[in-house]
Design a protein around this ligand. Structure first.
Ligand code: HEM
Ligand code: HEM
Length: 498
């Protein structure tokens, strides 16, 4: 056994690959609908009162954010963990019936959670805390799903053959611990059903209704400590884990500096947790906390760029691969977008800049150059790397992958550039006033001015979705009709034939 190559078991990884793709399509489709609802508000009610209740902007927005964060991104994190974990720890899931069962239950309970989320959000059941909209029964299910993932991570680590923990494993562990802590604290809520109203009647809400355990400013603080770090531990830490594994594997290049990866890891862990105050600038939160949020946001450039530069320098002397391999293109552009959004974010965290940027579409632009350019690119690249190895088939079409890359790159560029212009226009119009201090524009003037940019964003989003459908098709065809191939035939630089 020791001398033979290990046969890894990808059953659970494949299941999560499927949900990454399906929930990615759903989440992005809803995103495109939202974008056009903002450009053409009449779309909100076009389907008539019976249906419009479920398809208007306010119902669909949380569905979009939760589908892409807890659906698409998290599935991608789980799929890659069940692949990377076995390989870097040199242990197969097939070696432990227990871990195999935990992995499968993890997947099926996750599906139940996703279904409950979709139904409840469409019905308008929400705690109305952004990215933490789920009511307490769903929160409990999510905690169980999370614990199962933890059992899987530490179970696999417990039976590993490789003693050293590769840097990606550190990042996956941090994702697990970070989200566990954030989720538990921010979702402390009190079900109202068990309490009496003013008239002494029991059950003041529906059975699932709850209120936050924190009030007022404290609630806002905890919420944005959570919200900001959900970005850290959902959109950054596990995605860095992927890049540290998949980029060296795909390019055949050793990671540029292992020391730099450790330094960035610890500094990222330390700095991120203090920066959440930048979401609450000019609010009722104490001024020193706001300043601390701004300062830590600037410092955050260092660990973020530490990881990104490490990825780019991994390609040192091998830049020709970027031209030759669409997969390497995806990864390198992802790292570049990571640098880009982690420079843009700190700039937005400067108080005087935030005074213009806050509440505007520039923030939405920042979000999407990060998530589309960095998060989704890296997840798709990881799945493209995994597909030939888990299905033992060659990637169906390299040229389709190339076309997808350019369509999606154009989509991201249209998205964020239009939102930059829209955001700064909005910020300046809101502030404009005459010599007597009267506002120059009414709110509706700003909405009318934004129409062209909202439309361009919709087109950019639609292009991105088209690219994602090409990705789904390419993976499906790889699985069903791709040419059989053994892993050793997949050379690092050119893993595809078509
Ligand atoms: C150095 C790293 C970063 C810093 C300092 C930073 C800073 C900021 C700031 C100042 C805001 C605006 C707060 C407001 O005025 O409302 C913001 C919003 C946001 N950022 Fe970042 N950002 C960083 C990286 C990223 C990355 C890499 C992503 C995603 C991949 C991301 C996702 C988001 C999201 C989702 C929001 C919107 C939250 C909301 O209001 O719903 N950020 N960020
Ligand atoms: C086809 C691609 C996409 C389109 C067209 C799209 C569109 C939108 C729209 C229209 C909004 C609402 C903006 C507003 O309220 O003004 C939004 C919000 C958001 N989307 Fe997307 N989206 C896409 C993909 C994604 C992906 C892949 C992710 C994450 C992995 C994501 C994460 C978010 C987040 C976190 C917000 C909330 C931003 C905030 O509060 O500032 N989106 N998106």
């Amino acid at each position: 056994m020791e001398n033979r190559p290990l046969e890894y078991d990808y059953t659970v990884a494949k299941m999560f690959m499927l949900t990454t793709i399906v929930l990615g399509i759903v989440g992005m489709l809803v995103g495109v609908i939202l974008a056009f609802e903002l450009a053409f508000p009449s779309l909100n009610t076009v389907l008539g009162s019976g249906v419009a209740e479920y398809t208007n902007f306010s119902r669909l927005r949380p569905l979009h954010t939760d589908a892409v964060i807890f659906g698409f991104t998290l599935s991608g994190v789980f799929a890659t963990w069940y692949y990377v974990g076995q390989r870097v720890l040199k242990v197969s899931m097939a070696e432990s019936k227990f871990l195999m069962a935990v992995g499968k239950i993890h997947f099926y309970l996750y599906i139940v959670g996703v279904a409950a989320v979709v139904v409840s959000l469409l019905m308008g059941i929400t705690t109305s805390k952004e990215y933490a909209e789920f009511e307490w029964p769903i929160d409990i299910a999510i905690v169980i799903v999370w614990v199962l993932w933890g059992v899987s991570i530490f179970g696999l680590i417990g039976i590993r053959r490789e003693k050293a923990l590769y840097i990606s494993v550190w990042y996956y562990i941090a994702t697990f611990l970070g989200i566990a802590m954030l989720y538990l604290f921010n979702n402390m809520e009190v079900p109202t059903y068990f309490f009496a109203d003013g008239a002494g009647q029991a059950g003041i809400g529906a059975w699932y209704h709850s209120v936050s355990m924190y009030a007022g400013t404290n609630d806002a603080l905890v919420q944005w400590w959570y919200g900001h770090n959900a970005v850290a531990f959902g959109f950054t830490v596990p995605i860095v884990a992927m890049s540290y594994y998949f980029l060296p594997k795909e390019s055949g290049q050793a990671i540029y500096s292992y020391k730099l990866s450790l330094l960035s890891f610890w500094s990222l862990m330390f700095v991120y947790l203090w920066a959440g105050g930048h979401h609450l600038l000019f609010s009722t939160v104490p001024d020193w906390m706001q300043t601390m949020g701004s300062v830590f946001s600037i410092v955050l450039i260092l660990p973020s760029w530490g990881s990104a530069i490490n990825m780019l320098l991994t390609m040192k002397g091998e830049w020709k691969q970027v031209a030759e391999s669409p997969l390497i293109k995806f990864m390198i552009l992802a790292s570049t977008f990571y640098m880009f959004s982690t420079l843009e974010g700190p700039i937005q965290a400067i108080k005087s800049v935030n005074a213009i940027a806050h509440f505007t579409d520039w923030i939405v632009g920042h979000v999407h150059d990060g998530v589309l350019g960095w998060v989704a690119f890296m997840i798709m690249a990881s799945l493209f790397h995994m597909a030939p190895r888990v299905f033992k088939k060659e990637i169906y079409s390299k040229s389709l992958m190339n076309t997808q890359f350019w369509i999606q790159t154009l989509g991201v560029i249209l998205y964020f550039t239009s939102m930059w212009i829209a955001g700064i226009t909005q910020g300046m119009m809101w502030r404009a006033h005459d010599a007597f201090g009267n506002l120059t524009y009414s709110f509706v003037d700003t909405v009318a001015a934004l129409h062209p940019y909202f439309f361009i964003r919709g087109v950019g989003g639609a292009l991105y979705l088209i690219g994602f459908l090409m990705f789904a098709y390419n993976i499906y065809k790889t699985w069903t009709v791709g040419r059989q191939v053994e892993e050793r035939e997949l050379t690092n630089a050119t893993p595809m034939a078509a």
